[in-house]
Design a protein around this ligand. Structure first.
Ligand code: FES
Length: 163
């Protein structure tokens, strides 16, 4: 178990930095003691729901919205640096920002390649009846995560949030 003194900001792919954060002010969002390693938590700033995650690679801040259909990742599961969405079985890699497992609904990956629907092991094959809903699922793009810069200062996790 990492002590709060060991908490540090994590690096992320620079191209995945959230829009508007380059010159954004850092704001204290949470005391470091409130986010032990292996946990994640939603912090809301105005209309923005931020997901703070403490991993053995450091603290990440991203949107608390699944990059598939916006479910709150904060109530999903965390396995190392992989966040599991509570809907559709999607899994997302905090280090790379990439999808580690496509949602059961299938759809387009970040590069636009189509992935078909699937069913978890032990469940009947998924049948996707034709129609607008199936088309919407097929055309939904599962984006890469976007990140907010993080720093640790005065015992707090500070995050750059656009004003
Ligand atoms: S909303 Fe997260 S996998 Fe679908």
């Amino acid at each position: 178990m990492t002590s709060t003194a060991d908490i540090h900001p994590a690096g992320f792919p620079p191209r995945l930095q959230a829009i508007g954060t380059a010159d954004a002010p850092f704001r204290p969002l949470l005391d470091v003691s409130a986010l032990p390693e292996g946990t994640m938590q939603r912090v809301t700033v105005g209309e923005l729901d931020v997901l703070l995650v403490n991993t053995d690679r450091g603290v990440f801040a991203t949107d608390d919205r699944c990059p598939h259909m916006s479910a709150p990742l904060s109530i999903g599961d965390l396995d190392g640096c992989i966040v599991h969405c509570p809907l559709h079985e999607g899994k997302f890699d905090l280090v790379s920002g990439d999808t580690a497992q496509m949602p059961t609904t299938g759809g387009l990956d970040a590069d636009g390649t189509y992935h078909s629907t699937w069913s978890p092991a032990g469940k009947d094959p998924k049948v996707d009846p034709p129609g607008k809903k199936a088309e919407a699922r097929r055309l939904t793009r599962v984006r890469r995560l976007r990140y907010y810069p993080v720093r640790i200062a005065n015992g707090a996790i500070e995050v750059a949030i656009p004003e």
